[in-house]
Design a protein around this ligand. Structure first.
Ligand code: SF4
Ligand code: SF4
Length: 510
């Protein structure tokens, strides 16, 4: 069956995908209704993929794969979302084998919302891989994954996945904005073939994303997220129940006012969505991804028809749908020139312990400098005497006191600028922030803990070393090293530091 999404993006057509949420249960009436509505939308021939969410908001739901396979069998091109929160790397691979076998090719790779509810309490977050590493795995599967087994090296049949990922441009601090954009570059470098933006209502930010990527030479298609926003959903976003979405006071007041109409604001919602589609097309997006609870075929047709009529005046709508955060950071000023980057965050909470960690790293852990040779000799001798190095009490104690170490043994402290990605980032993100941070704070602990990548940005900014955020991709944690000495694994060049993928300089990555 033709892959309408891939074919249209590759042909440079403006694509439309429509999002459905499978929800809880296997055979609920609501699920049948969603399925039928998606079939009706597909029959309009105005849509290139039906996009299926994966346990959104961290609650259990029907696997996106189930709807994805059913859609495929019904002749509909599916886009299956797949998130890192509930899957180990082996489970990802198993999922991809199943989808490949069924013929499903389109994947949308994300970190996913942090676990919220679950049977008998909150489930254990997995986050074994981050989206960049999942994209790398998919790339290898497309080449024919090579693995070692009895009898030597084996290569699997190549897959034909068409995988994309997401970015959140709706960040209003300098630290979050820059680290989001650096991460999306890594995703593209890792193989993302299209990028869908987070939902948001600020046309200056959607323009910023396009400008940033095109200035750096990327041609990867960008798809704008158009969400039919109700006051109820907006309130949930403001309460962080749907993380990573910014809803300004002004937009909230507008929605409340619209909700007083006889149709409870439905018409206004559709007009806003149509205007946003016009803006996306005008700004150079390659398509739109339309979502919202219970979208019907009539609403879908109405919105697309209106968008056509409104297209010519897209710049007017861009001025109107510009619900920015007051005083928020933008990469470019209104004339399009790069804005100065003056944000300074040097609080004790952010900087604490970093000076000491830097000093120790330079003294002992910088290869071929300082006391590195002494450390290596000690580690060599200890491994020779005691075998697999589990005798590392002092190292573990120090790391526990300073960073809350859980003894993963594949230490990512240096790459994460001396925060522990395993214990201080609830999603274990080693290559850049998830989309959920709020004003520099972690999605899971707002106003309590900084996002580790926001911390890294400001720590490096102080020392003029921001290039360190953008020089390599860290491989996944190797659990073979669990409860072994990180220093020993480092000095023997077995750990992640020895297997990083260097990034070419910006501008030379495409
Ligand atoms: S990255 Fe691993 S070894 Fe390093 S501090 Fe964190 S848990 Fe400990
Ligand atoms: S520390 Fe940052 S990347 Fe990690 S979960 Fe929190 S907001 Fe996301």
């Amino acid at each position: 069956m033709a892959n309408k999404l891939r074919d249209a993006l590759q042909a440079g057509e403006f694509v439309v995908s429509v999002e459905i949420i499978p929800g809880r249960g296997a055979n609920e009436p609501g699920q049948h209704k969603e399925f039928e509505e998606a079939q009706a939308i597909w029959a309009t021939e105005r849509v290139h993929a039906v996009s299926i969410t994966d346990n959104p908001s961290g609650n259990p739901a029907l696997l996106a794969d189930a709807f994805g396979i059913d859609f495929y069998e019904a002749g509909i091109t599916p886009l299956v979302h797949t998130t890192c929160k509930d899957r180990s790397r082996n489970q990802f691979q198993a999922q991809f084998y199943s989808l490949q076998r069924a013929g499903v090719e389109n994947l949308l790779v994300m970190s996913g919302d942090y676990q919220a509810t679950g049977w008998m309490g909150r489930g254990r977050p997995v986050f074994d891989l981050d989206p960049i590493q999942v994209l790398q795995m998919i790339g290898e599967m497309n080449e024919g994954l090579v693995y070692q087994a009895r009898g030597g090296e084996h290569r699997e049949e190549p897959a034909s996945f068409f995988a994309g990922s997401v970015v959140n441009p709706f960040k209003y601090t300098e630290g979050e904005t820059i680290t989001q954009y650096l991460k999306v570059e890594k995703k593209i470098f890792a193989g993302a073939q299209f990028i869908i933006s987070q939902l948001g209502y600020d046309s200056r930010k959607t323009a910023e994303l396009v400008t940033y990527l095109s200035q750096r030479g990327y041609k990867t298609p960008l798809i704008a997220n158009i969400f039919l926003l109700t006051p109820g959903a907006a309130r949930m976003m403001r309460a962080n129940a749907i993380p990573g979405c910014y809803i300004s006071d002004e937009l909230m007041a507008t929605l409340e006012k619209e909700a007083k109409a006889e149709d409870k604001g439905r018409a206004a919602r559709y007009v806003r969505a149509a205007k946003m589609i016009a803006i996306a097309r005008g700004q150079g997006y390659a398509g739109v991804h339309i979502g919202g609870f219970g979208i019907t075929v009539d609403a879908f047709n109405h919105i697309l028809d209106m968008a056509k009529d409104l297209q010519e005046r897209w710049e007017d709508w861009a001025d109107e749908i510009s619900y920015s955060k007051t005083g928020g950071f933008f990469l470019y000023d209104r004339e399009g020139a790069e804005a100065p980057r003056t944000e300074l965050v040097r609080t004790r909470k952010l900087m604490s312990g970093y000076g000491l960690s830097r000093f120790f790293h330079r003294l002992v852990l910088s290869r071929d400098k300082g006391f590195y040779g002494v450390l290596k000799t000690v580690m060599d001798r200890r491994e020779r005497k005691k075998g697999p190095n589990r005798h590392h009490g002092l190292e573990h104690l120090g790391k526990t006191v300073l960073y809350g170490c859980m003894d993963c043994g594949d230490c990512g402290l240096e790459a994460a600028i001396y925060t522990c990605p395993m214990t201080q980032c609830p999603k274990c993100q080693r290559n850049g922030p998830c989309g959920g941070s709020v004003d520099g704070w972690c999605e899971v602990y707002p106003d309590e803990r900084y996002c580790i990548h926001f911390k890294a940005y400001h720590r490096l900014k102080k020392y003029n070393e921001l290039h360190k955020l953008d020089s390599f991709i860290t491989p996944p944690n190797n659990w073979e090293f669990y409860e072994t000495s990180g220093w020993s694994n480092y000095t023997h060049e077995r750990d992640n530091a020895a297997h990083r993928m260097p990034l070419p300089p910006p501008g030379q990555r495409v």
